[in-house]
Design a protein around this ligand. Structure first.
Ligand SMILES: NC(=O)C1=CN([C@@H]2O[C@H](COP(=O)(O)OP(=O)(O)OC[C@H]3O[C@@H](n4cnc5c(N)ncnc54)[C@H](O)[C@@H]3O)[C@@H](O)[C@H]2O)C=CC1
Ligand SMILES: O=C(O)C(=O)[C@H](O)COP(=O)(O)O
Length: 375
């Protein structure tokens, strides 16, 4: 069996070598002719799976993307061709929620405000948005949840409209899929007309897809004196992003919000399970066997640990400003894709065991995602 896999997908050899020969490819450079005699294609978000790519796919049985987003895959075409498809829903949802929490705590520290005084609008309350909501509740934020498709399906009881979020939120965090048309279109959800209606010093976080915010409208708005604090992990037109936006970001990164070790490995693991099911084979590998130990495994909190120390604890595992440094220092010399390829990785909060004696702290920290032991 021939397997083609993106070069940035971890653990492919560990999970898939029992099935056959593995060839790696650079995500944006996959030549359609490489699909001749290929049985399994494993991609990440930067490979467009469309009619052009599949032109020579004479034996393809399975396409998998080790990502949550699927906007790069023509699923209708795969269905028409009888090629099985699987994505990795939720694989890196915790990593993205932690990216947002880490960024907001950094801004709260730098600008000397408390998240307890802030209203956060979460736009898109699926795997990521709902995990983020739990973490932000632990930090005392007031929440506005906006998810019209879920609301229409009766799955979100206290949802609000995007207009309400725009008007009332101090912080907005976008977690929608990229949908280019239809009633629930998300392309340019934040655009020229509603940017001007935001609170003047709002924080805007985009860690879903770049096209969800009209980047040139955002640039014009900021150049005209808009006072937003921008946290941008995703950009329109990656990897050729609008460089003029960079000076207006408070935190920015190269589309790595989901790139925790657990998130990336989890994507490969989910595809492995899907392939096993497709081929009717038992699963014999599991992700936990392949992940290294984290550098820091446990901390013991003293009796004086308080709200003020949560920021320190979170940043001891992951500080999104490290990744802003990588972007600012490396974009010109290395380029967007190379920074992504060489991303140093990070661990999730759950890899740190926190021992503490206060029940209130234990509850809050476990809600944030740490592995808490109350003693
Ligand atoms: N920056 C990164 O590294 C990553 C980015 N992502 C992006 O985040 C997106 C969301 O991920 P999940 O939460 O796991 O997906 P999900 O499918 O679990 O949730 C998405 C939610 O958005 C809602 N939604 C759809 N259209 C909407 C609209 N017009 N307004 C408000 N809500 C709307 C859906 O009803 C759904 O509840 C992915 O589609 C992907 O594009 C995902 C992982 C990593
Ligand atoms: O899961 C998604 O959706 C994402 O956006 C990925 O985390 C992005 O990672 P790559 O697949 O582009 O490495």
């Amino acid at each position: 069996m021939r397997i083609l896999a993106d070069q940035n997908m971890p653990l492919v050899e560990e999970f898939f070598s029992d099935f056959g020969e593995i060839t790696r490819f650079a995500g944006r450079e996959l030549d359609p002719q490489q699909l001749i005699d290929t049985d399994i294609l494993l991609v990440r978000s930067i490979t467009k799976v469309d009619a052009n790519l599949l032109a020579y796919a004479n034996k393809l049985k399975f396409v998998g993307t080790a990502t949550i987003g699927t906007d790069h895959v023509d699923q209708t075409l795969l269905q028409q061709k009888g090629i099985a498809f699987s994505s990795a829903p939720g694989c890196n949802a915790t990593a993205v929620a932690e990216y947002v929490v880490s960024s907001l705590l950094a801004l709260a520290q730098e600008d000397d405000f408390s998240l307890r005084d802030k209203t956060v609008g979460i736009i898109g309350v699926g795997n990521i948005g709902s995990r983020l909501a739990v973490k932000l509740e632990a930090l005392g934020c007031k929440l506005l949840l906006c998810d019209p498709p879920k609301q229409a399906a009766g799955e979100l009881s206290e949802g609000v409209s995007l207009d309400t979020v725009i008007e009332k939120a101090d912080i907005l965090s976008f977690h929608v899929p990229l949908v280019k048309e239809g009633i629930y279109k998300t392309k340019h959800l934040l655009n020229h007309s509603n940017l001007a209606k935001l609170k003047s010093n709002a924080i805007v976080v985009n860690s879903c897809r770049g096209d969800v915010i009209d980047n040139s409208a955002l640039l014009n708005f900021m150049q005209a004196g808009g006072g937003l604090s921008l946290v941008l992990d995703v950009w329109e037109n990656e990897p050729n992003i609008e460089l003029a936006l960079l000076p207006y970001t408070r935190i920015g990164s190269v589309h790595i919000a989901g790139h925790s070790l657990e998130g990336k490995a989890g994507g490969t693991d989910m595809l492995y399970q899907a392939v096993c099911q497709q081929l009717d084979k038992p699963t014999t590998h599991k992700m936990a066997d392949f992940l290294p130990q984290p550098e820091f495994m446990a901390v013991h909190l003293g009796a004086t640990f308080s709200d003020a120390n949560i920021c320190q604890l979170v940043h001891s595992v992951y500080d999104a400003r490290r990744d802003y440094g990588l972007l600012k220092n490396g974009l010109n010399s290395e380029g967007f894709d190379s920074l992504r390829k060489n991303y140093p990785g990070r661990r999730e909060f759950s890899t740190l065991t926190v021992k503490c004696s206060s029940t209130a702290n234990a509850k809050r920290l476990s809600q944030l995602g740490f592995n808490v032991i109350e003693e």
